[in-house]
Design a protein around this ligand. Structure first.
Ligand code: APR
Length: 315
C-alpha cells in the first residue's frame, strides 16, 4: 500500500489510542481522525502529532472537519458508537449503534471507496455484519476487531499462571466478542511448548472465565472500559494489512460455508494482508467446541434478526 493512510472514525478512547500506538510504531504515512463531538478529533490529533515528534518514524496526524475529509484511506477504522446507558435495553443499543454505523459506513463508501474497514463498535459481530450489508463489498475488505483483543487477554491470563513466556504465548479465541466467546488456551503454545502440557484442567477453566470477563475486570477497577488493549489490538491489525505481513489474527469475518455457516460474521482465525482478509483458516473443532461455536453463532444471529425485524436493511 503506497499511501499508508489510515482513517479513524470515532476519536474516543479506543480510536485515539489506536492512533497513538500506530504513530509510535511509525506504521502509517498519515492518520486522519474524525469524531462527531466537536473538538475531540482536533484536540487529540494535535496531542498525538506532538507525541509523534519523538517517534522513530514520522507520521502526519490530522483531524477531519467533516466525514468528507476522511478520504482516500487504505484502511478506515470505525469505533464510532455510544456506550450502553442505564435504561437502555440491549436492543435499544443495537439499533442506536447500527444507525450510527450505517451513516458512517455510507461516508466511507463515498470518500474511501477502496479501503479495508476494521470495525470496532459494539456489539462487534453484529456491527461488522451491518457494514457488510450496507457496503455490499467483497467480504475480505471488512474485518471486525475481536480476537486480537480477547486473545491478548487470554495470553495475559496464561502468563499469570505460568510466570514466564510473555510475548511468546498464542492468542486463539474464536466465536463472538461477548459472553459466548470461546478462548482455546489448551490449543496454544508458549514458545514451542504446548500449554496443554503445562497447566491443569482447573487452571484452564480459570483462564477461560477470566478471559471472558477480561473487559469487565477493567471496568470494575477503572469505572470505564479498557482502551490500551483494544487500541493496540487495532494497531496490530492495521500493521498486518499495511505491511501485507499475512499474519494470523482471530477476527470477526463473514462466513460463506466455512465452519459450516454462511451469512453470519463471527470470530475465526484469518490471515491478514494487503487485501484485508486473505484467507479464513479452517481448524478442526472437536464436538464440544463445535457446540460452543453454534451457541456463539446463534447469539450473533439473534442480533442480526433484531435488525431484520426492525426493517433496518429494507431500503
Ligand atoms: N461519527 C463519528 N464519531 C462518532 C459518531 C458518529 N456518527 N457517533 C459517536 N461518535 C464518537 C463519539 O463522539 C466518541 O468520541 O465515537 C467515539 C466513541 O468513543 P468512546 O465513547 O470513547 O468509546 P470507546 O471506549 O473508544 O469505544 C469505541 O468500541 O468497545 C466498542 O462499543 C464500544 O462503540 C464503542 C467503541
Amino acid at each position: 500500500m503506497t499511501n499508508r493512510k489510515v482513517g479513524i472514525i470515532g476519536a474516543g478512547a479506543v480510536g485515539a489510542t489506536a492512533a497513538y500506538s500506530l504513530a509510535m510504531m511509525g506504521t502509517c504515512k498519515e492518520i486522519v481522525l474524525y469524531d462527531i463531538a466537536e473538538g475531540v478529533a482536533k484536540g487529540k490529533a494535535i496531542d498525538i502529532a506532538q507525541a509523534a515528534h519523538y517517534s522513530p518514524q514520522p507520521t502526519i496526524i490530522t483531524a477531519a472537519q467533516t466525514p468528507a475529509d476522511v478520504k482516500d484511506c487504505d484502511i478506515v477504522v470505525i469505533t464510532a458508537g455510544v456506550p450502553r446507558k442505564g435504561d437502555m435495553t440491549r436492543e435499544d443499543l443495537l439499533m442506536i449503534n447500527a444507525k450510527i454505523i450505517k451513516s458512517v459506513t455510507q461516508d466511507v463508501m463515498k470518500y474511501s471507496p477502496n479501503a479495508v474497514i476494521i470495525s470496532v463498535s459494539n456489539p462487534l459481530d453484529v456491527m461488522t455484519y451491518t457494514i457488510h450489508r450496507i457496503t455490499g463489498w467483497e467480504s475480505n475488505r471488512i474485518v471486525g476487531m475481536a480476537g486480537a483483543l480477547d486473545g491478548s487477554r487470554m495470553a495475559y491470563q496464561i502468563y499469570k499462571k505460568l510466570g514466564y513466556g510473555a510475548g511468546q504465548i498464542g492468542t486463539l479465541v474464536i466465536g463472538d466478542h461477548g459472553q459466548n466467546m470461546i478462548p482455546l488456551p489448551h490449543k496454544v503454545q508458549v514458545g514451542d511448548v504446548p500449554v496443554a502440557d503445562l497447566l491443569s484442567d482447573e487452571e484452564f477453566q480459570d483462564i477461560i472465565e477470566r478471559t471472558k470477563n477480561g473487559g469487565a475486570e477493567i471496568v470494575k477497577h477503572l469505572g470505564t472500559s479498557g482502551y490500551y488493549g483494544p487500541g493496540r489490538a487495532v494497531a496490530h491489525m492495521v500493521e498486518a494489512i499495511l505491511n501485507d505481513s499475512r499474519t494470523v489474527v482471530s477476527s470477526s469475518v463473514l462466513l460463506n460455508g466455512e465452519y459450516g455457516y454462511s451469512n453470519v460474521t463471527v470470530g475465526v482465525p484469518v490471515v491478514l494482508g494487503k487485501n484485508g482478509v486473505e484467507e479464513i483458516v479452517q481448524m478442526t473443532l472437536n464436538t464440544k467446541t463445535r457446540e460452543k461455536f453454534k451457541t456463539s453463532v446463534e447469539s450473533i444471529q439473534e442480533g442480526i434478526a433484531i435488525l431484520e425485524k426492525n426493517g433496518f436493511f429494507d431500503n
